[in-house]
Write a protein that binds this ligand. Sequence first.
Ligand code: ZN
Ligand code: ZN
Length: 423
Amino acid sequence: MTSTTEFATGSFAETPEFGKNLDRLAEVAVHAGLGLAPGQQLVMTATLDALPLARRITEHAYKAGASLVTTLFTDEQSALLRYRYAPNASFDAAPSWLYDGLAEAFRSGAARLAIAGNDPSLLSKEDPEKVSRANRAISKAYRPAMELITRHAINWTIVACATPAWAKAMFPDLPQDEAQARLWKAIFAASRADQTDPVAAWKQHDANLHARASRLNEKRYAALHFRGPGTDLRVGLADDHLWLGGGTTAGNGRYCIPNMPTEEVFTTPHKDRVEGRVTSTKPLSHQGTMIEEISVRFHDGRIVEAQAARGNEVLQRMIETDEGARRLGEVALVPHSSPIASSGLLFLNTLFDENAASHIALGQAYSTCVKDGDHLTPEQLAARGANDSLIHVDWMIGSNRIDVDGVSATGNLEPLMRAGEWV
Ligand code: ZN
Ligand code: ZN
């Protein structure tokens, strides 16, 4: 396919340069992100607004030998209609048959690709109680499929598409066309799709992230200490924790880079050893609602105080999802000079914003971030400090005003980051 006129709006989409970048984004998604195997099936999820990118990815997947590409399209406006007209009692339901089907596809060897690019505040005006019940039902129904993803049993990746609603949310003062063009430019840059050989550029970047993770693994820190405005937080690390960054070999033997972009190195905190106060440094768009200026206090690993200047009700409901929703499942370090941070843009999308700043996640831990984690029972993982929850919500706590120290087993402090940069 060469035509780019599928984008109804946008003269930018007519340029050959745009077509080339879009094609290279699809190419890196399949070859560097997914590591699709010849003969493998692919299950893709996308909103209708991402159709042109979904088609390009489908083309590259078949050219790479995919045996079958199945795309599940969703429509955000239809999702809104549920909140307007569906009976109140129905919000605890999710299409479990669909999520069971996804899990079945993954167990039978399919790879998974998600195209991100939702309207960051689609559900902001809806009843937070309905939103949280619907999210909970989805998390429960999705869990078996999600587990195969978080355990990296299969190869998977997420890439982004500059949808009209997302672009408008980021650049409310620009004409729609310009807003989308700006967002596409940022996506192409962060995903390295604007480089001549994006697959080679990703290989290099991936090697750098692995080297950073290895250096941290050699240190065997017992904890990290974050200090800055509104933040004095000690994050104990899980016993046998492993730092990861960049790509990983999935259980099915395929090498994949799960997030495009990715700039983070991350590991599993100890669910009972987090102490102190932390304040968010960027707004969080959480499943269609905005949560801003989050401030929480941890004691013995558990959130004992939490508030947000905006979206407080959603935050409160989120941490009440289950016992693990009040504890940490991830801590990640990202330098302030990461290409996404230096763009100066606030993306209102976790895939981007979490790669612009150090962050923590409430909820489920990645078992791959514990030594031999994939072979441990849930009880063994818990004994090492890995958290368990229906949710996994990342939020940003890093900035150019944050210092981070590594704390050794004997309590010695070693400077890791100063003013947001690696020491
Ligand atoms: Zn992360
Ligand atoms: Zn995360």
